[in-house]
Design a protein around this ligand. Sequence first.
Ligand code: OAD
Length: 231
Amino acid sequence: MSKKRVVVLTGAGISAESGLRTFRDSDGLWEGHRVEDVATPQAWRRNSDLVLQFYNERRRSVLAAEPNAAHHALKKLEEKYQVDIITQNVDDLHERAGSSRVLHLHGEIRKSQSTGDPELVYDIDGTELTAGELCAKGFQLRPFIVWFGEAVPMMDAAAATTARADVVLVVGTSLVVYPAAGLVNFAPRHAPCTLIDPKADEIAVGSGVRLVAKRATEGVPEIVEELLDAL
Ligand code: OAD
């Protein structure tokens, strides 16, 4: 018999205890920068050096971070379930914890993308992406990140995956950034949904969702054990 499917939507909160800051827990500032100064196509046109430098710093933080107990628990869940992780995070902590099916909605910080041909995506060797680094067709490379105002190419695949869920978990996301925040609406009615976030009570999510107001490293292993015990 095929395994039951768990679909897990994760956000910055799952990586917080790995030392990577969330976006909206500090005055709306993102590591001291206004988001529109660094994470938009306009910012790239205005000052690509600042944008490159900003993401180089983020990349250094990601490389220095390690997966935490929440990432590891989701890997463990694969012992009995098919686990699809749909993450808004650009870090690779789910992959480094060993999770086998990870879809990145907002890009991947350890990759670069051609500014002339979006199909051309490369691994970044080390931490730095610099002006003058070009794709195979000769265009400047940019961080492989979905910026504000850009389309989310993985959204259709993420919605299709969510529509096949037997169980849904939502972890560490404020659910304010669309279209990602709307993904839970694609889940079938019969699929129980649990939201794990210390601010669970403040997050706008549909009725019938079980709220677990705990940090990811505490709440996720608990729910994972519950799911493993249920089979
Ligand atoms: P946010 O910063 O908006 O929300 C982080 C959530 O994590 C909040 O609900 C916190 O309560 C929760 N949180 C904080 N510490 C936690 C912990 N230890 N365990 C569990 N949860 C914790 O981050 P996202 O919802 O991920 O987009 O933001 C969505 C998108 O906005 C990001 O992907 C990014 C940003 O702009 C792009 O980069 C395109």
